[in-house]
Design a protein around this ligand. Sequence first.
Ligand SMILES: [Zn+2]
Length: 256
Amino acid sequence: MELIDTHAHLYDKTYDADRADMLQRAKESGVTLILIPNVDIDTIAPMIQLERESEGYCKPMIGIHPCSIDSDYKSQLNVAMKWLEKHPFFGIGEIGLDFFWDKTFKKEQEDAFLEQCKWAKAMDLPVSIHSRNATDEAIYLLERANLGIDGVFHCFSGSVEQARRIKNLGLSMGIGGVSTYKNVKIGEVIEEIGLDHFVFETDAPYLSPVPKRGKRNESAYLTFILEKISDDLKVSAAAISEAFSNNSKRIFNKCF
Ligand SMILES: [Zn+2]
């Protein structure tokens, strides 16, 4: 069975003591490839280092996360753009909107998000979108911009209606640990939309699935998420992992 983790921050300091073991556990769990997005300009170098150390098992994406956007965001975008000119990346991320913590830089977040989506279009790269308390706003911006980009709304736990609009945009949704939490009914959304628009992700070290909830997350825990989706949909784990892996290969085609 093949699993692809389409979004994990494995360069994070929380793995410094056991990163090689953690990656080994991922391989033993059937994870064949991991996409790693930076979040700000300081996380680019450790991300590239992990790409080298892992000999391409971890593939980098680049972008500026909405929580890192402030009045000086253009200088951060410039740094990311310089990297894009000199190093191969496999997606634009992590980008998006986050109105959960702070709306002070709402306008700047929207400008930075759209600007980076335009990079994705120009470079024919998929996006990895973060949208916390801002999924409707992110969908609306993309509908209005009509860029025709591919990619993933990462860590999706929204409604069927939102999923339908994302599908209509030609985008897909990342299913992670949140799908294993009580009261989250992502199975119903997948049933309604169809398997073709979903991929797996962990967002490690965050959002560990049950039964590891509250602990540090890692890519090997994709198996818990797979099990949950398989139970919810009453479809074999093999069929789901195959469908989601094929979707990942279609979207992140430059990795394969
Ligand atoms: Zn993330």
